[in-house]
Ligand binder design. Structure first.
Ligand code: GRF
Length: 199
């Protein structure tokens, strides 16, 4: 069985979409995969409540408790590795996880670390993607699921979704439109990765 560990920092709506898809599409039986744990760097991340209500294992690794990024990442890696099993390392899914990870952490999970970014990469890596798309006069925007590499927002693209930018859009309205598409493509991309990497 492939364990899936999801890392969040906030609302966790992408995490919810993945958990729902895993039940609806019977990933446990059909893909031999299972969302096993949700880990947050913030104790007040709203998504933790949903995860607990689902009976998922949860953990908080508070970045403020560590003096270096390396020490935080080591503690996070240790928490994730509880869900590795001898036959099969866990898939690690970043879902609104708002920490930059060290190259050492990325190397540890190389090839099994996914992220979703709210732009059509390679356009607009980094922060404030929706406002930047509006400022540039983009007519479309979207989201990208990609493999995580040490270079920020630059790993291989697994899936993308495109939405129109409307004349009256604000960063908030555009972001909400993009987010609904994130909820569609992230579960699909996770399932696709699992199919391509069978146990
Ligand atoms: C999403 O827009 C995601 O692309 C970005 O942060 C947001 C997280 O939303 N990285 P949620 O926590 O999944 O609701």
């Amino acid at each position: 069985m492939r364990n899936i560990v999801i890392l969040i920092s906030g609302a966790g709506s992408n995490m919810e979409a993945i958990v729902h898809a895993s039940h609806r599409d019977q990933w446990r039986d059909k893909l031999r995969a299972n969302v096993s744990a949700v880990i947050s760097n913030r104790a007040d991340a709203a998504g933790l409540q949903f995860a607990r209500a689902q009976g998922l294992a949860t953990a908080v690794v508070d970045h403020k408790a560590f003096s270096t990024r390396e020490a935080f990442d080591a503690a996070l890696a240790s928490e994730i590795s509880k869900f590795d099993n001898a036959q099969c390392p866990a898939l690690v899914v970043l879902a609104g996880f708002l920490r930059i990870l060290t190259p050492g952490f990325v190397q540890t999970f190389n090839g099994r670390l996914l992220n979703i970014h709210p732009s059509l990469l390679p356009a607009f890596p980094g922060l404030n993607t929706h406002q930047r798309a509006l400022d540039e006069g983009c007519k479309v925007a979207g989201a990208t699921v990609h493999m995580v590499t040490p270079a920020l927002d630059q790993g291989a693209i697994l899936a993308q979704a495109v939405v129109p930018v409307l004349p009256e859009d604000t960063a908030a309205t555009l972001g909400a439109r993009v987010l609904t598409q994130e909820h569609r493509i992230y579960p699909q991309a996770v399932a696709g990765w699992i199919r391509a990497n069978p146990v």
